[in-house]
Write a protein that binds this ligand. Structure first.
Ligand code: GLA
Ligand code: GLA
Length: 720
């Protein structure tokens, strides 16, 4: 790719997808194909555009984390040339380089960054700048030790390692603001800088005096009076009644669940304001085209990711998998969908592993071919950039064993070739995938309040809220193939089926929205433990599902933690429940018993396990148990059938993942073979290969760990 027209060629366009009103714009042929693929022809208006796009740079960006501060400048060009040869068009730099940018308080040195950015641009590489606040310099923490974080047991961090700052410290925020502002003034109009990453992987909260005082103020602002707090927290319990806000313990464990839930919300708001502190420093000085994000971590629940993303322009996450030659691709699929749900549009993978990491006990590498498989899975789920951590092994430091593309000697390691292939493929497929995004008819609700509330009081040790979410997600992914994961506050109108795996905390407002969704023809499935708690993590005055019990025409008579399997049977077949089983009661003649328990503890024998009720054209279903995979497969099939949702590519082998991205003009199917053996897939109609040469076909062969990208539109049409 040539960089043309000087710097202007790098200016990005924020791409806004037109909402598809009708299919009149489609060619008849394309319409037939879309129909054959069973794909939605009317898009949800809230639907998601490509996260970012830069004229002159490929729409799909391959990138790497580069640390120019670790190397003599004379070596930069050599590294950048190797990046260019691998089709790397993006580097993220600077996120740990504070001591290099501000070697002494108020003394800034950005010349090296100017030169690093310019050197990258000469190799057609754009830059995301990291603010360096995850690694404060020694002069700062030595002179101002009050900026260091304090753990829950009261121990103040020492300087060293990273993330040793307090996220609430007023003084630390002043320094963070200043360094971010200085960077913004310097690079806000630099045409080769496309965006900003704030800090790095927000994680550690702090219990320093600033944080404690802010928590008390936050509670006062929320409740207004201590009496209101006492009432809502039900502090008569264990003599917890407070006379003033300063008395309230600041804890993340072993406390009243109302306090614990509010602490998590306070932490979420504090990370949001931590972001805003830097955004307020950056935004006034930078071109609007430069996005601001931060890199998050999959299922991490230290804060409510929806709250934090309110302040950010795009979502970006760090995709690391559990160690092993293969990876749990369904888990990874769900995490991509989670990230896409933060802004409900395309996202970036800000970091991913070039084979292996260094932080497991045994850091097994992904087998040959699986790094490419993961990269295409990311694109299939709506990523517009995939960035490897890191480019080159650092000469020293805590991560000397981590996977890289290039060794400390500056020459490629074996996985470089595989990533180079990914880069060549991104370049080839970019034009076809530009502006496209997944369009789901099915949504799974991920609710941080509910996850926290269950984890505060699990009752059954194995009831992990994420594992439970994934139990519902897995058959949806297999059968519907395009699935959104969204917050309980997301608009639901565009979905035919909404599944809330364990919506434990259900506020009256959310319940009203879900009820309206069902009454307007939506199909809602609630998993076990749903509707048990109110907004304060107190018990709802009605039994589960609380404010939705009347719509369901049924309720939970009692819940039971299980230490062995319980038989379950009904029209969906036979199977078992483990971990959790609720004895349900139908209270309306229209409420159907879908499954019943068999013989078990006596209480559950012959009692309903799943209830369902039709409401106009919609329905509400309550699943009271953690069901085995086979039963959930069959139930899921019945929910999808009822909601009229069909797989775009039906009948694929279980280890072949189908991803679909589309826009008003066409659909792109990405098939990823997660098996170590070849697979064949029959398409419902002919499609055109994007990566390989050749004509349209309806039969596709996939190599072991193979990837095939297919376009519903013939290449000639794409050029029109
Ligand atoms: C102990 C305590 C009670 C209650 C029960 C719960 O017996 O005295 O207050 O906590 O445990 O099992
Ligand atoms: C995280 C961090 C990176 C690096 C990698 C190593 O994602 O953001 O700085 O430490 O882990 O896997």
């Amino acid at each position: 790719m040539k960089k043309i027209e000087g710097h202007r060629a790098w200016f990005p366009e924020r791409v806004t997808m037109p909402c598809l009103q009708s299919i009149s714009a489609l060619t008849r042929r394309a319409a037939l194909l879309l129909g054959a693929l069973g794909l939605m022809l009317t898009f949800v208006t809230t639907t998601h555009a490509q996260a970012t796009r830069y004229a002159g740079a490929p729409p799909l960006l391959l990138g790497a984390a580069w640390y120019p501060e670790q190397w003599p400048e004379a070596q930069w060009d050599h590294d950048l040339a190797l990046m260019q040869a691998a089709h790397v068009h993006l580097v993220r730099i600077g996120e740990f380089a504070w001591s290099r940018m501000e070697p002494r308080e108020g003394v800034y040195d950005f010349g090296w960054l100017d030169r690093a950015i310019a050197a990258a641009a000469r190799h057609h590489i754009v830059v995301v700048l990291g603010t360096p606040t995850a690694a404060p310099p020694a002069w700062l923490t030595q002179k101002y030790p009050d900026t260091l974080r304090v753990s829950e047991d009261g121990v103040r961090d020492e300087h060293g390692n990273r993330q040793q700052f307090s996220f609430a410290s007023t003084r630390y925020r002043r320094f963070a603001h200043d360094i971010a502002e200085q960077m913004a003034k310097r690079f806000g109009h630099n045409p080769d800088v496309v965006g900003w990453q704030l800090d790095n992987e927000y994680a550690a909260d702090s219990f320093d005096p600033d944080a404690k005082a802010q928590f008390h103020a936050w509670l006062q602002h929320k409740y207004g009076s201590i009496e209101a707090l006492n009432h809502r927290w039900a502090t008569a319990y264990w003599s917890q009644t407070y006379d003033n806000f300063e008395q309230i313990p600041v804890r993340a464990d072993h406390e009243n669940p109302a306090l614990l839930l509010d602490w998590k919300r306070f932490v979420s708001d504090t990370w949001r304001s931590y972001s805003l502190n830097q955004i307020d420093a950056i935004r006034p000085h930078v071109d609007p085209r430069q996005f601001i994000t931060t890199n998050t971590m999959g299922w991490f629940d230290g804060f409510d990711a929806y709250t934090v993303h309110q302040a950010l322009d795009i979502a970006a996450w760090d995709d690391y998998v559990d160690t092993g030659e293969d990876y749990d691709w369904v888990d990874n699929a769900a995490r991509h969908d989670l990230a896409r749900g933060y802004k409900r549009r395309n996202f970036w993978v800000m970091e991913t592993q070039p084979g292996f990491v260094n932080w497991h006990a045994t850091n097994v590498t992904l087998r040959k071919g699986v790094v490419r498989d993961m990269a295409w899975q990311a694109i299939g789920h709506g990523a517009d950039a995939v960035e490897y951590w890191q480019w080159r092994a650092a000469p020293n430091g805590q991560e000397e064993y981590h996977g890289t593309l290039v060794g400390a000697d500056g020459t490629p390691v074996p996985v470089y070739g595989e990533i180079q292939q990914v880069g060549a493929e991104f370049a080839k497929a970019g034009a076809v995938l530009a502006g496209t995004t997944p369009h789901a008819e099915v949504a799974v609700i991920n609710d941080f309040d509910s996850r926290w509330a269950i984890d505060f009081q699990r009752h059954a040790a194995n009831f992990g809220p994420v594992a439970e979410l994934k139990a519902f997600y897995r058959p949806l992914r297999a059968q519907a193939q395009v699935v959104d994961v969204v917050s309980a506050h997301a608009p639901l109108d565009g979905y035919k089926l909404v599944v809330a795996p364990a919506l434990n905390v259900l506020t009256d407002a959310e319940a009203a929205r879900l009820k309206a969704y069902v009454e307007h023809g939506g199909h809602l499935v609630l998993g076990p433990r749903s509707g048990m708690k109110n907004a304060d993590d107190g018990l709802q005055p009605q039994r589960q599902p609380g404010p939705l019990a009347s719509v369901l025409g049924g309720r939970v008579a009692q819940f039971y933690a299980l230490d062995k399997a319980v038989p379950v049977a009904g029209e969906a077949g036979q199977g078992s429940a483990t971990t959790w089983a609720e004895q349900l009661q139908a209270q309306s003649p229209q409420t159907q018993v879908v499954l019943r328990y068999g013989k078990s503890n006596g209480w559950l024998d012959d009692q309903p396990a799943v209830l369902s009720r039709r409401v106009g054209k919609g329905s509400i279903t309550y699943v009271g148990a953690w069901l085995d995979d086979g039963l959930l497969d069959r139930l899921t099939a019945s929910w999808l059938q009822q909601a009229d949702v069909h797989a775009p590519v039906p009948g694929v082998p279980a280890d072949v993942e189908v991803c679909v991205r589309g826009d008003a003009r066409h659909q792109v199917v990405i098939l990823v073979n997660h098996a170590a053996a070849a697979r064949r897939v029959q398409l419902p109609s002919s499609m055109w290969p994007v990566l390989a040469e050749g004509g349209a076909s309806s039969e596709v062969s996939l190599m072991p760990y193979g990837v095939v990208v297919l376009d519903s539109r013939e290449p000639a049409a794409a050029n029109r």
